[in-house]
Write a protein that binds this ligand. Structure first.
Ligand SMILES: Cc1cc2nc3c(=O)[nH]c(=O)nc-3n(C[C@H](O)[C@H](O)[C@H](O)COP(=O)(O)OP(=O)(O)OC[C@H]3O[C@@H](n4cnc5c(N)ncnc54)[C@H](O)[C@@H]3O)c2cc1C
Length: 291
């Protein structure tokens, strides 16, 4: 197979890039290791920053996001039991954030790629980029036991932090700056009314907590936990008790609790590599930087 840009990774970065390239008349092929259902089911982002939502609009995939997403002009910081409102829009000269799940972003991007006949190949295993410094780089992969090859002019590594692309760059050609935090965020999704219309970032003596949301009937809450904690250690009841203990009393009193429909622990890291290009390989998204 031949294409202009071979994109490794079909998460938000890879899919959005293929859409933007297509709008400029540039052909691409996306190679994704997982099934489409797996990618669509991955619960991650829920709060999208202005730069990303602007890019979704530029890519012509923002119709549902703008209709169903919730714009927030600010958020609250709770410091040792007191709420402080941060006027994001006023302080930034107009920027806001959008509450819209990554699952929905990915669905919109898949639909857009399909509508334009975009090539997204799922269950591409053993993906490996080759000849990165030549003007004829290529990618090999295996699908259904068959060895396949994509010849391209450029390769984009949009395969997340753990992907193969960045690891293909010789160690002496790249510098990685990384801070791994000694804690993770235990997050739950629950079909309950959010405790507050905007997000609350809460600092308390017991650790950090975040009250976030997906919609006015779907809440997303996090508490900071030690890295060696397991999800099984945290019953729903224990989670709600801990969250309440980290919030101001009047907020905790309003917290609506219920069964979790998803619960997971995300380790936290800040990371950036430099440069983000090696020959004709370009890194994008979490493959290149994480905040
Ligand atoms: C719990 C959690 C909450 C978050 N909340 C927010 C938020 O509120 N707002 C926000 O902006 N961000 C948030 N993020 C971060 C956000 O999810 C990521 O920045 C985003 O997913 C990055 O997209 P990406 O396409 O670069 O990488 P990924 O989403 O990691 O996608 C990479 C893709 O590449 C595929 N892949 C990996 N290796 C290979 C390989 N060898 N071959 C082929 N394919 C491969 C993977 O299967 C995956 O589909 C959150 C993250 C987590 C974990």
């Amino acid at each position: 197979m031949k294409t202009k840009v071979g994109i490794i990774g079909g998460g938000p970065s890879g899919l959005l890039l293929s859409q933007l390239l297509d709008l400029k008349g540039i052909d691409s092929v996306v190679l994704e290791r997982r099934t489409r259902d797996y990618v669509l089911g991955r619960i991650r982002a829920g709060v999208l920053e202005q730069g990303f939502t602007d890019l979704m609009r530029e890519a012509g995939v923002a119709e549902r996001m703008d209709a169903e997403g919730e714009i927030h002009n600010g958020f609250e910081i709770s410091d040792m039991g007191r709420l402080h409102h941060i006027d994001l829009k006023g302080l930034t000269g107009g920027d806001t954030v959008m509450v819209y799940g990554q699952t929905e972003v990915t669905r919109d991007l898949y639909d857009a790629r399909e509508a334009r006949g975009g090539k997204v190949i799922h269950e591409a295993m053993d993906v490996q980029p080759h000849d990165l410094t030549s003007d004829a780089p290529y990618i090999t992969y295996t699908r259904d036991g068959e060895k396949c090859r994509v010849d391209c002019d450029f390769i984009v590594g949009a395969d997340g932090f753990h992907g193969v692309s960045r690891k293909s760059i010789p160690e002496d050609q790249i510098t990685e700056y990384e801070k791994v935090y000694p804690f993770g965020w235990l997050g739950i999704l629950s079909e309950t009314k959010p405790v507050h219309p905007e997000l609350i970032y809460a600092r308390s003596e017991r650790g950090f907590a975040l009250c976030s949301l997906r919609s006015q009937v779907l809440s997303r809450y996090y508490v900071q936990v030690p890295l060696d904690d397991k999800v099984e250690d945290w019953s729903d009841e224990r989670f709600w008790d801990e969250l309440k203990a980290r919030l101001p009393e009047d907020v905790a009193a309003k917290l609506e609790t219920g069964p979790s429909i998803e619960k997971s622990i995300a380790p936290l890291r800040s990371f950036v590599c430099e440069p983000m290009r090696y020959g004709n390989l370009f890194l994008a998204g979490d493959a290149a930087h994480i905040v």
